[in-house]
Write a protein that binds this ligand. Structure first.
Ligand code: ADP
Length: 254
């Protein structure tokens, strides 16, 4: 319990720091991007007065710079998602319907070789911000799809456990070893090659679930697959979660 609370506090102060960093990066990113645009326009005006080879070289340098700036902008967006604590959008929410909506959004991530099965129980509503639920779902499905390399089974099950609704998402992908599993919720932890993963997906998932008074845990076996279990309190039962008072967060690695 103590360890879980420390994890929770760490995530909160990290969130504040990350929000600060994202803000600080945004200002120079803004003027760097607009400077690139100005240079590009000036170059077009110079066309004919400077030799074609130099123009081509400058063009390439500019394209490289623009690509780099786009990557930084994407990272800043993820950092902002990570630190956002947006509870204003919370509403009564039907998890099964929410899953269907989220599945439509992430359909493009799923190749033809990926089969999605649903096992939905009849459930009471929860209190949740739909956009944040979509984000949780998108991150988990994207990871599952990447772990399966375009071929395999994703199974989504919902069930009721006393005052909690559970969503279980399993995949038949690569699975994880114990060392990996122990770190997956940490910001910037990734096993993916540079450019493929920022390592922020599951830490964002963790924060959103935490903000909703829920918990997340994972079971995984190397070579077999992975299953994530999310629990969220039923609306009206857990007063603390409805009013978003301080919550204990359960983070388990097994
Ligand atoms: P990213 O996807 O950018 O690497 P995440 O925080 O979403 O960041 O995931 C962290 C790491 O957790 C991944 O790099 C991967 O090693 C592992 N992981 C997450 N989901 C799965 C999964 N479904 N199957 C296997 N490994 C996973």
């Amino acid at each position: 319990q103590q360890g879980q609370l420390i994890q929770s506090e760490k995530m909160a102060s990290l969130g504040q720091m990350v929000a600060g960093v994202a803000h600080e990066i945004n200002t120079p990113l803004g003027y760097a991007s607009s400077n690139v645009e100005i240079v590009r326009e000036s170059m077009q005006a110079m066309d004919g007065t400077v030799d074609a080879e130099s123009i081509a070289e400058f063009d390439m340098l500019l394209a490289d710079t623009e690509y780099g700036l786009t990557q930084i902008a994407e990272l800043v967006m993820s950092l902002k998602d990570f630190s956002r604590v947006d509870r204003s959008q919370s509403q009564l929410f039907d998890i099964n319907e929410g899953i269907e909506t989220a599945l439509k959004i992430c359909n493009s991530q799923l190749k033809d070789g990926v089969n999605v099965t649903r096992m939905f129980a009849e459930l009471p509503q929860i209190n949740c911000a739909p956009s944040q639920f979509n984000q949780v779902f998108l991150n988990l499905i994207t990871n599952a799809a990447q772990a399966m390399d375009g071929k395999g089974q994703i199974c989504i099950r919902t069930s009721l456990h006393e005052n909690d609704v559970e969503v279980a998402i399993s995949d038949t992908g690569s699975g994880m070893d114990e060392e990996t599993r122990a770190h997956i919720f940490e910001p910037f932890f990734t096993t993916k090659p540079v450019g493929k993963g920022t390592g922020l997906g599951l830490s964002i998932v963790f924060r959103i679930i935490e903000d909703h008074g829920g918990s997340i845990r994972v079971e995984s076996e190397l070579g077999k697959g992975t299953e994530f279990f999310i629990r969220l309190p039923v609306a009206g039962v857990n007063k603390a979660s409805d009013s978003f008072l301080e919550q204990d967060v359960v983070l388990t690695g097994d």
